[in-house]
Write a protein of this length. Structure first.
Length: 970
């Protein structure tokens, strides 16, 4: 248009100039003449008119375009006003942000998923669901698919349209907002449809609907009309379906389903948490679950570190990637916010970075996000908050995943009044769908069709930290007010106390004490072998190879084919299994006695009760297999035994302080019975706590306790346990053993078991205390304290037990002669006892101190050496033992009566023991003739009845004759 105006103006100037020159130079007549002759001005006029007409047409066109632009602006303004044009700008900005933080490699796995491939290549309309827990990266995955679909369809004709909408935790989750956003997206990509939409909208207004944009029904109709007008594929991706309220969510799903049935080229992707109602509405829709994957987590962490922490040293970045990728567990939002927290704090050095990653505080942004989710899902209603809070607190400390019913029953009991005392009354309060709905953003994916499956758990460690930092500060009604400060300081302990209280309250329900866990039929089944194929026909051939030990085999796999039972079918409810199996673990984590009701613990552990028998039988059967995993005999326990073994030290001290031992709540000698269990399974440090108690400590300061301790020490394979904690208690018992005269008996028992730790403590005490030395080293043992077998003193007991180190240690003590020279009722001395095992090391230790009685005989007339000759022990040990005795007392040996020498040599000859004969001849210097005689033919022969074969007899005779020749030569 500007060029046309220039041409018009130029012709006007030319016309003016030509006319002016003619009029001023020659006059009018001349002008007319020249005009007629030269025809210059008419030509200029014609050009002017032509250019003016062109200008007019351009002006008309420009005016029409301006009018159209005004109309388009009017449409845009009106449509933006009707549908909320600002939302598309927000959606675009959010999508751009996701593009910046996205690690595409972490999303590539979607492209390999067969569900996505089937959805994309389908010729008809199709829906696809992206499911995942809170923070798993569903939104980023949607943004990736948006861009991937755009890239794939860039050169297709007609080009498909891609529309997306991100529902967030604000008003964007309303159905009206979602549908209007999709309409806006389509109109922006297909502006030619704006006029039609404007007309439809005006028609709707004319029909009496003043604001059609607020009517989801009309918006749905508009969207339908737009899609019908488009002859091309359309992809709609909606993220955060779970962020919509229930009505909006249902409306959107119904609308999309209807459109899919009517529009043949419509494909939709819906991203959501896998809530029960959403899964029900998406029945039949293909889905992709975004679970945890270590490789994908590492890619996400690396991308975040390189984007935001690029300035850090390489070792710090490597540490961050290593730790965060293993702690992420698929929670991308936790990864993002933790990296942001590192950036905010400005940590650079490796040491502080390692400390930060070890402590791993909960990012404040994430805490606020969890808080908003909690408020939104509970709707700010107090009862809802109480139910959700109780459930989350229990999950934060649960020792295993809970079933939906277990969790619901526990929450019902936690929030119920104390008047609820039966399983039936509690069952009336259970609503598992409600409580799961309130807690859904914080729990991992569950199979809603299996309410008994143990699957409910928190999605991530950060949720537990949120519970501890925020929800745990809400004081439970069962906790005394004076412990409020403790709860602020140790919220985790409060949660453990709450879980313990729930379990105890459940076990105190009347039914648990009135119904036996096992029926008579089940008890009979429990007595049968549990192996598979027990009743199969078998011809006696065992073709199957024995089962090989697999260290990676879990209990669940091992018990897979075993016979099972269901406590709920017996009338014990759904929480009985967890309460029975895990209340002791929660109890162990409580270090303040005031947090729990001690009378309740006493009731749960009352000796002889059906309740105690039921929960102990269940405790050793965590998976409800009839065959127990371990033995747990409830008849051996009472409250003190349970708390001593499973409670904290603080709880044990609290019980010792306030409990009234006695009556039917405790077993006789309760502390001694508790000590017995501690010695077998528990923390040996608890023994000192019991021993120092003024009321029950005496039950551990006696011979029975130390005999028990020695026995457990002797039979256990866990020699690495700190048994000093048990044996140190003997120092507290010196006065008792002196007064009651059981010190010598204890020393003998300890020596017989080879219990060097206790022997050393006793002898160390004897060095400090003369009365104790006299008691320990007295020459006789008390009949009332000893066992029925023939008694020995300490050295003799150690010899019988073959404890060379104990014998060697005792021989180094002053005043031990009475024990060394002690002879038992059968006349046996320590060498007689050593001859039973013929341990050369033992004989070598004893021999130097036993010369005075080495060749004494017992009540059968046998010396230790004779018993060694007759022994059936290892020959080499026998020969060495005999050699040691003979070498240590050559003078005494030679002075023994010849009859003793003859009997000894003849015994070896009769036994056919050639090597023993050689030892007696060569080392003992016995006269060979003592075992020889002459036969009727005058030839030398062996004396006595022969027990050897002819060849051995000839060898022995040859040896004796050789010895005789040597003596004659000498």
């Amino acid at each position: 248009m500007s060029q046309a105006l220039v041409s018009v103006y130029r012709k006007l100037l030319e016309f003016y100039r030509a006319a002016f020159e003619m009029l001023t130079s020659r006059g009018t007549r001349l002008i007319v003449k020249l005009t007629l002759e030269e025809d210059q001005l008419p030509g200029i006029v014609q050009d002017f008119l032509r250019h003016a007409d062109y200008l007019r047409r351009l002006v008309q066109k420009a005016t029409w375009e301006i009018v159209e632009d005004i109309k388009a602006m009017l449409y845009d303004a009106e449509i933006a006003r009707w549908l909320g044009g600002g939302k598309m700008e927000m959606q675009s900005r959010y999508h751009a942000l996701l593009q910046e933080i996205r690690a595409d490699r972490a999303c590539d796995f979607l492209l390999e998923n067969p569900q996505l491939a089937d959805w994309y290549h389908a010729s008809q309309s199709r829906q696809l669901a992206l499911l995942g827990d809170t923070g798993c990266g569903k939104t980023v995955a949607v943004s990736f698919l948006v861009d991937e679909l755009g890239r794939r369809n860039e050169h297709r004709l007609p080009r498909p349209k891609v529309c997306y909408f991100y529902c967030r935790d604000d008003e964007t989750g309303q159905a009206v907002q979602v549908v209007s956003g999709l309409i806006l997206s389509l109109l922006e990509q297909l502006p030619g449809l704006k006029k039609d939409f404007f007309g439809w909208y005006k028609q709707a207004q004319a029909s009496g609907i003043l604001e059609p944009a607020t009517s989801i029904k009309k918006l749905g109709e508009f969207l339908h009309k737009i899609l019908e007008a488009i002859d091309r594929p359309v992809f709609i991706l909606i993220d955060g379906l779970d962020e919509c309220d229930g009505v909006s969510r249902r409306t959107i799903l119904v609308l999309l389903k209807t459109l899919s049935q009517k529009i043949t080229q419509l494909k939709t992707v819906l991203a959501s948490r896998p809530q029960e109602d959403i899964l029900a509405q998406l029945a039949g829709v293909g889905n992709i679950y975004l679970g945890s994957n270590l490789e994908r987590d590492e890619i996400i962490v690396k991308a975040a570190v390189e984007r935001q922490l690029f300035h850090l040293p390489e070792d710090s970045k490597a540490l961050i990637v290593h730790r965060l990728s293993r702690m992420a567990q698929g929670n991308a939002i936790w990864t993002k916010m933790t990296v942001e927290l590192i950036e905010i704090r400005g940590i650079r050095a490796l040491g502080p970075m390692r400390r930060f990653l070890e402590e791993m505080p909960l990012p404040r942004q994430l805490s606020r996000l969890y808080g908003r989710l909690f408020s939104r899902y509970t709707s700010g209603e107090l009862e809802n908050e109480g139910l959700a809070s109780a459930g989350l607190k229990l999950l934060a400390v649960a020792r295993r995943p809970l079933s939906m019913l277990e969790l619901a029953w526990a929450i019902a009991l936690a929030t119920a009044r104390r008047e609820v005392t039966t399983v039936t009354a509690l069952a009336d309060l259970v609503d598992h769908q409600r409580v799961l709905g309130l807690m859904h953003p914080f729990i991992s994916r569950v199979d809603y069709s299996d309410t008994g499956k143990r699957q409910v758990q928190l999605i991530h460690q950060s949720v537990k930290e949120f519970i501890l930092d925020d929800l745990a500060q809400t004081q439970a009604p069962t906790v005394p007010a004076e412990t409020g400060q403790l709860l602020c300081d140790r919220p985790a302990e409060m949660l453990e106390a709450m879980a313990t209280d729930i379990c105890i309250r459940y076990l105190l329900l009347h039914d648990v004490d009135a119904i036996n866990l096992f029926s008579e039929e089940q008890m009979a089944i429990a007595e049968l072998p549990q192996e598979a194929g027990l009743f199969d026909d078998d011809d006696g051939d065992d073709d199957e190879a024995p089962t090989e030990y697999d260290p990676r085999c879990t209990w669940e796999v091992w018990e897979g084919n075993m016979i099972r039972y269901d406590p709920a079918e017996r009338g014990l409810g759904e929480f009985f299994v967890y309460a029975s199996c895990h209340w002791l673990e929660h109890l162990a984590a409580v270090t303040s006695g005031s947090l729990l009701s001690l009378p309740s613990i006493e009731d749960v552990c009352q000796p002889g009760s059906t309740r105690l028998r039921n929960w102990t039988q269940q405790n050793c059967r965590p998976s409800c297999a009839v065959q127990p995993r371990f033995e747990f005999d409830g008849s051996l326990y009472d409250p003190l035994g349970i708390v001593s073994l499973y409670g904290s030290e603080a709880m044990l001290r609290y019980m010792l302080k306030v409990s009234e031992f006695g009556g039917d709540r405790y077993l006789p000698r309760s502390a001694f019975r508790a000590a017995d269990q501690i010695l077998q399974w528990g923390d040996l440090a608890r023994l000192r706590i019991l021993s120092l108690d003024g009321r029950v400590g005496g039950q551990l300061r006696n011979l029975d306790f130390f005999r028990l301790a020695i026995h457990q020490w002797f039979i256990t394979d866990e020699r690495d346990r700190n048994w000093d904690l048990a044996f140190d208690l003997v120092d507290l018992s010196f006065d008792d053993m002196i007064r009651e005269r059981w010190g010598n008996e204890l020393l003998c028992i300890a020596a017989g078991a080879g219990c060097m730790p206790l022997v050393q403590r006793l002898m160390a005490g004897a060095r400090r205390k003369a009365e104790l030395r006299n008691e320990l080293l007295c020459g006789s043992r008390h009949e009332s304290l000893s066992s029925q077998r023939s008694k020995h003193q300490s050295i003799g007991e150690a010899v019988l037990g073959d404890h060379v180190d104990v014998v060697e240690y005792l021989l180094g003590e002053d005043g031990i002669a009475a024990h060394l020279e002690f002879r038992n009722a059968r006349g046996e001395n320590v060498l007689h006892l050593a001859s039973r095992l013929c341990n050369p090391r033992m004989v070598r230790v004893l021999a130097p101190r036993s010369t005075g009685f080495m060749h004494d005989a017992d009540d059968r007339g046998d010396t230790a050496l004779e018993r060694i000759v007759k022994s059936t022990r290892d020959p080499e040990d026998r020969y060495e033992s005999a050699r040691i005795i003979l070498l240590h007392t050559p003078t005494i040996w030679k002075s023994r009566p010849s009859g003793q020498h003859a009997r000894l040599l003849q015994l070896a000859v009769q036994l056919g023991d050639l090597d023993m004969c050689r030892v007696l001849l060569c080392v003992g210097k016995l006269n060979p003739l003592l075992a020889m005689t002459r036969g009727d033919d005058g030839q030398p022969s062996l004396k006595g009845e022969a027990h050897q074969d002819e060849g051995t007899a000839l060898e022995i005779l040859r040896l004796l004759r050789l010895g005789t020749s040597s003596d004659n030569t000498a």
